[in-house]
Structure formats: structure tokens, C-alpha cells
Design a binder for this molecule. Structure first.
Ligand code: 8YV
Length: 329
């Protein structure tokens, strides 16, 4: 029987590619080109599966044009690049890569928050520019992290992992806002308190965003929300671009409405709002919160596990819409 055909839409670790080649006729992308929607449609012709990343949008128009597609395996936990309702309507299974990146992403979120609070990149730039001529008592004084109030917007797996670092490692008070409250068993070891969003904004010394992007979370942090925050507070986003209104954030940082920010994700990335590039009190990284060698490999392996299982009669380990597909019949 002919092997299923799949598109590996972006470059992945070579060992994962070798594994995929054992199961599939796999079209690769060794140059790691980001395909336009039209190129993606063209390359998906005759393919039953695709391994995608956040840069490939899978929507109704693409699915209409690729009728043989049966599974899209995202190498990411976030899947706002997928129209899940459209996938289900087209009978396409969508999968993602939860859990394997939780602790790595939490490490990075915490590191970004600390870098913003303690002004690490800002002071490093000053040193590299040769501006360090003498020590002064208030040179690059920032805000303490230990003992401060950590605010988390979006208390899923990664939010809880960041809360653990804050509560258990740094003696922070943890408050959070989420659609649903954690169970008392999950809240208790962190002494975490659910608060409404306005209270979270008002009380957090360090606010970290870890919620999924959707129409509902678009610009969840804009000028009105920034206006509620303490002038000494920091804001960190390791979730998705578009959750923060980048123009409003740049203005708030310039006016010192808040002390500092740290962003790993941007509206319209890889483009970055030009104002963010010129404010000093911000840490900017190119969407690398999950980027350790071990975790990127684990993500690619899990995406491959999903693709292989879906197209060879197995049970994909981390489906997104399997129950919806079953209901659809
Ligand atoms: C990915 C991420 O690196 O998993 C996610 O949701 O944001 C990152 O870990 C990125 O989306 C590439 O697919």
C-alpha cells in the first residue's frame, strides 16, 4: 500500500524528519521558507497530513482547497493559527503539543519578568555603549521580585508553573485571573488567590500574561488596563501577540505609566512595533520561550507522534478536536 503523503511545512530536527520518512512520503522544507497561503495550498495538494508551526494558517479557505487533508499537527501548544471549527467541519483532526514545553516556557517567562524588574538588558545596553563611568546609589534601581505580588492572567499549565516558581522559589504572593478558578487542591500549595481582572491589574507588582489568543483576548491589555497598573509594575507577555496593544504599551512605557515590560510575542510578528524598539524600559525576545534544545525536540517528536498515529490507525496523543469530530460522526 502506498505510504500517506505529508507536508512538513517548516524545518524540524533531523531525527524527527528521519522518523517521519519511515512512515510517510514526506515533502520537506529544508530552506525553512515560510510559505504564503497560496504556496501552502499548492504544496498540500495530494497530502493527507501536515506538520505545521504557528506560521501556517489553517482556515476554511485552505481546507476547501485541500480536500485530501485529514490531519494538521501543530508543533506548538497554542493553536490560534488553526480555525478549529473549520477543521472539524472539514473532518480534519487538529493536534498540538501541550505539556512538553510547560516548564521550559515557565522558566523563560520568569526570566523575562526578572530581567524587566531588575533592568538587566537596559543596564547591559548602557554598559556596552560605554556610558558606565561611575557607581551611583540609584543606578538602574528596579523593583524587587522576591516577596512581591505576582499577578498571572491565564492560569493554565504554564501560568501555574510560573506561579510555582514565584510562590515556592521567591516567596511571592500569587494572585490570578482566569475564566475558571483552580481547585482548592491546586490553589493551596501556592496560596494563590483568584481575583477579578481589575484587582489583578491594580495589585500586581509583576503581571505575567499566559492566556491563549482568541477574539475575546484581543487587546486584553490596552491603554485602559495599563492605566490601572501600579507605576512601579512590570508586564511580561509569553502568550501571544495581539493580547497586548503594542502601541498602547509603548506609550505607557515612554510615559512611565508602568516601570517596565518584557515581550516574547508581538502583534504581527516577526514585525515589531517601531515604538517598542525605541523605548528603553522593555526587554524584547523573538518568540523563544520554548526554545531549549530538549524542548524543541520534544515538541517536534510529539507533533510527529500525532501525525503518525492519525494516519496509521493509531490514537493521536494530544488531539484538539477529536471529541468534536466524533460528535460530527
Ligand atoms: C512555538 C509557542 O515555538 O507552543 C507555542 O504555542 O508559542 C511556541 O512554543 C511557536 O508557536 C512555533 O510553533
Amino acid at each position: 500500500m502506498a505510504q500517506p503523503q505529508v507536508l512538513v511545512a517548516r524545518a524540524v530536527p533531523p531525527e524527527v524528519l528521519s522518523r517521519l520518512r519511515r512512515h510517510f512520503a514526506a515533502e520537506e522544507n529544508p530552506d525553512d521558507t515560510v510559505y504564503t497561503p497560496a504556496e501552502l495550498v499548492a504544496r498540500l495538494q495530494g497530502k493527507q497530513g501536515a506538520l505545521t508551526t504557528g506560521s501556517e494558517r489553517i482556515d476554511a479557505a485552505l481546507l476547501d482547497a485541500c480536500p485530501e487533508l485529514r490531519v494538521v499537527a501543530n508543533m506548538a501548544v497554542g493553536y490560534n493559527n488553526f480555525d478549529i471549527a473549520a477543521c472539524t467541519a472539514h473532518g480534519v483532526l487538529a493536534t498540538n503539543t501541550p505539556d512538553v514545553l510547560t516548564e521550559t516556557t515557565a522558566d523563560f517567562g520568569f526570566a523575562l519578568m526578572m530581567a524587566a524588574a531588575r533592568r538587566i538588558p537596559e543596564s547591559e545596553h548602557f554598559l556596552r555603549r560605554g556610558e558606565w563611568k561611575k557607581w551611583s546609589w540609584d543606578m538602574f534601581t528596579g523593583g524587587d521580585v522576591h516577596g512581591a505580588t505576582l499577578g498571572i492572567l491565564g492560569m493554565g499549565r504554564i501560568g501555574q508553573a510560573i506561579a510555582r516558581r514565584g510562590a515556592l522559589g521567591f516567596g511571592m504572593k500569587v494572585i490570578y485571573h482566569n475564566r475558571s478558578r483552580l481547585t482548592p487542591e491546586l490553589e493551596a500549595p501556592l496560596a494563590a488567590h483568584w481575583v477579578d481582572k481589575a484587582t489583578l491589574l491594580r495589585e500586581a507588582d509583576h503581571l505575567v500574561l499566559v492566556l491563549p489568543y482568541s477574539a475575546a483576548s484581543h487587546h486584553a491589555i490596552g491603554a485602559p488596563e495599563l492605566a490601572l497598573m501600579k507605576p512601579t509594575a512590570t508586564l511580561t507577555n509569553v502568550a501571544r501577540g495581539g493580547i497586548v496593544d503594542d502601541a498602547a504599551l509603548a506609550a505607557a512605557l515612554r510615559q512611565r505609566r508602568i516601570a517596565a515590560a518584557a515581550l516574547d510575542v508581538f502583534e504581527g510578528e516577526p514585525a515589531v512595533h517601531p515604538e517598542l524598539l525605541t523605548v528603553p524600559n522593555i526587554v524584547l525576545t523573538p518568540h523563544i520561550a520554548s526554545a531549549t534544545v530538549a524542548t524543541r525536540l520534544a515538541m517536534a517528536e510529539l507533533a510527529a507522534d500525532n501525525l503518525i498515529a492519525a494516519l496509521t490507525g493509531g490514537t493521536p496523543p494530544t488531539p484538539i478536536n477529536a471529541a468534536d469530530l466524533q460528535r460530527r460522526g
